[in-house]
Structure formats: structure tokens, C-alpha cells
Design a protein around this ligand. Structure first.
Ligand code: COA
Length: 336
């Protein structure tokens, strides 16, 4: 027996080694949209905060945007593609029904053998992918992973439906995760990487946000359908609740947060979430004005923007969150 207090051993965590993102070449403003859709810049800005979005050309696909984002993330991490043992790609708009777009990224990066698959949780896809990758890394499946969110939602929009087509855009964001040992207590500033994460799904709300087609039903790709007002209501409640859960799990409070990196669906949802956390607006990364809602790509895209413009620095405590069709929702606490 000894009188010494137990010192908890360091634990293996998934640390963000680098970030990257990619946007289609074409930027489309609200005014440009209003030329073909019965809407106005004023309506879109007032209800959503969106001013522009990027729309993929024919030669730009989910996997090509994902590959560009992944290359930049590898470069930022100072790593070679050959070091990657796992690729998890979150998307609701894969290039094809199969193969998984993750395997297309793998081939484009010249990785001949690694684990590669897609995750489908719509706008929460990146949070799901991050959690899946981290669990696999902690289980020893890979020492380094690419986690990507990539979408070409423009391909599944009904351009006659003004209630949905003005809200979405295309893009991709990626992070390289590296398995590293760090302090066991998430509240310890020496604890780096993914410190806690929570995921949820409630399939009772399928009909509030869905695509009206698919291989096993219509045999077509289908178009996005949404009851916007109800989605908004659920989003604010679910996000506030899951943010409380991940912070509690990490033993942290909203006052510890350096940056909230939220899913970029609507500026009003971001404001409401920040208010519930009592977090000043300056601590929220906002890209919805320039990207619109890029679904699974939105969180890693926003993260990369804020890392590259110098706002997010090493050691900062980040909270990521998202909510999407299903419904699915989730949040993660990360020390960058
Ligand atoms: N331009 C102009 N008018 C539009 C329009 C557009 N693009 N889209 C809808 N309208 C009209 C509607 O037809 C309706 O007209 P009416 O009152 O004559 O019937 C009016 O604007 C109000 O529509 P409503 O849907 O009630 O507006 P809202 O205040 O709820 O705002 C959203 C709509 C979509 C912006 C809002 O509900 C929202 O952001 N929801 C969350 C969506 C979301 O985040 N989804 C993704 C989650 S991952």
C-alpha cells in the first residue's frame, strides 16, 4: 500500500494534425439566384444570413472536392498520403450509389491499401465520421486518418422550390487525425484532440427533411424536401441539449469554450445557440454568409477557414456541433 494519489496514465486520443477545404470555382450570389427563382437578396439575408454559395460545375464532384480538401489537410499536417490508414467520408451526395466516394479519394491520393468507407448522417455526417474514426483509432485500426465532409447538394436541389434551393451550397472540408497520447483529464490543458463526443438520431422525424427518391424506392436520386419552420424549432432545442451533454462529459463549461464551430445552416440558428450557451457572437465561427448550408462539409469547412485566417490557434478549445435530416445531431469537444 502507498499513500500516493493515483496518477491517471495518459490516454490515446485522435488529435487534429491538419485541416483543409475546397469550394467549387463558381460563386453564386442571391441576386443571381433571384434572376431565375421567385426570391430576393433581402428575403434570403434576413431569414438565413446567406449572401452567396458555391455551385459545382459538371467536372467538380463530391470526390474531387473531397480529394482537394484532403490534399490540403495532409499538407497542413506535414504528412504523406501513404501514412493514412483510414478514410471516413461523410456525404449524402456520393458520386455514385456505390462505390463509396471514400475509395475514390483513396485512389486519387494514391493510397493502395487502407480502410475507406462513407458515412451517411446528412448535415451531422462530419460529427458522426469524426466519432467513428476516433473509436477505430482508439481500437488500434489506424494511427492516422482522414475525416472528410464533402457534398454537391446542388445536384439534389429542386431549383423550382424557393423554400429549399436558396439554402444550400457545395464544398468539402477535411481533417487529418493522428493518434497521440495526452493527459487523461479532458479539462487538463495538456489534453489534446477529441475530448468528448455525443451523437443522437430520432427517426420519427424523417418526413421533416428528406430526399424524395433513392435506389430502393423510386430508382431515382430524388430532390431535397423540407418543412423549414419545424426543422428550425427542433434544431435549436436539440443543439442546446447535446452541447450541454458533451461539455458535461468533458467536465467543462461554456466559459471554457474558445470557439464554437457550428453547422452552418442558418445565421438565426447560430445566434440562438450562442445565446443559449451565453457565448459572445465573436466566439462563433460563421461562414454561412459565403457558403450557405453545405451539409456534411459545413463544420470542417468552417474549421479550416478559421484555422487558416489565424483565429483558431493550437491549444484552443473548440466545440463542434451539427443537426440534420433523420433527425441526426451531435457535438464534439476538441482541443486543437
Ligand atoms: N424567397 C422568398 N420567399 C420565400 C422563400 C424564398 N426563397 N422561401 C419561402 N418563402 C416564403 C414562403 O412561401 C412563405 O410565404 P407565405 O407566408 O406567403 O406562405 C414565407 O416566405 C414564410 O415562409 P416560412 O417557411 O414560414 O419562413 P421561415 O421564416 O420559417 O423561414 C427558413 C424559412 C427555411 C429560412 C427557416 O424556416 C429555416 O431556416 N429553417 C431551418 C432550415 C434548416 O436549417 N435546414 C437545414 C437543417 S440541416
Amino acid at each position: 500500500m502507498t499513500d500516493q494519489l493515483p496518477i491517471s496514465a495518459p490516454v490515446l486520443r485522435a488529435v487534429i494534425a491538419g485541416t483543409g477545404s475546397a469550394l467549387p470555382r463558381r460563386r453564386v450570389t442571391n441576386a443571381e439566384l433571384a434572376e431565375t427563382v421567385d426570391t430576393s437578396d433581402e428575403w434570403i439575408v434576413e431569414r438565413t444570413g446567406i449572401r452567396a454559395r458555391h455551385i459545382a460545375a459538371e467536372d467538380e464532384t463530391t470526390s474531387s472536392l473531397a480529394t482537394d480538401a484532403a490534399r490540403k489537410a495532409l499538407e497542413a499536417a506535414g504528412m504523406d498520403a501513404s501514412e493514412i490508414g483510414l478514410i471516413v467520408l461523410a456525404t449524402a451526395t456520393p458520386d455514385q450509389t456505390f462505390p463509396a466516394s471514400a475509395t475514390k479519394v483513396q485512389a486519387a491520393l494514391g493510397i493502395n491499401d487502407c480502410v475507406a468507407f462513407d458515412v451517411q448522417a446528412v448535415c451531422s455526417g462530419f460529427l458522426y465520421a469524426l466519432s467513428v474514426a476516433e473509436s477505430m483509432m482508439r481500437g488500434g485500426a489506424a494511427k492516422a486518418a482522414l475525416v472528410i465532409g464533402a457534398e454537391t447538394f446542388s445536384r439534389i436541389l429542386d431549383w423550382q422550390d424557393r423554400a429549399t434551393c436558396v439554402l444550400f451550397g457545395d464544398g468539402a472540408g477535411a481533417v487529418v487525425l493522428r493518434a497521440e497520447t495526452s493527459a487523461a483529464d479532458p479539462a487538463d490543458k495538456a489534453a489534446r484532440g477529441l475530448l468528448s463526443s455525443r451523437l443522437h438520431a430520432d427517426g420519427r422525424h424523417n418526413e421533416l427533411l428528406f430526399v424524395d427518391g433513392g435506389p430502393s424506392t423510386t430508382g431515382t436520386v430524388g430532390k431535397v424536401r423540407m418543412k423549414g419552420r419545424e426543422v428550425f424549432r427542433h434544431a435549436v432545442v436539440n443543439l442546446a441539449s447535446v452541447l450541454g451533454e458533451v461539455l458535461a462529459e468533458a467536465g467543462l463549461t461554456p466559459a471554457d469554450i474558445d470557439w464554437l464551430v457550428p453547422h452552418q445552416a442558418n445565421a438565426r440558428i447560430l445566434d440562438a445557440t450562442a445565446r443559449k450557451l451565453d457565448l459572445p457572437a465573436e466566439r462563433v465561427i460563421v461562414t454561412v454568409d459565403e457558403h450557405a448550408n453545405t451539409s456534411a462539409a459545413s463544420v470542417p469547412l468552417a474549421l479550416d477557414v478559421a484555422v487558416r485566417d489565424g483565429r483558431i490557434k493550437r491549444g484552443d478549445l473548440l466545440v463542434l456541433e451539427a443537426m440534420g435530416g433523420g433527425f441526426t445531431w451531435g457535438a464534439a469537444v476538441v482541443r486543437y
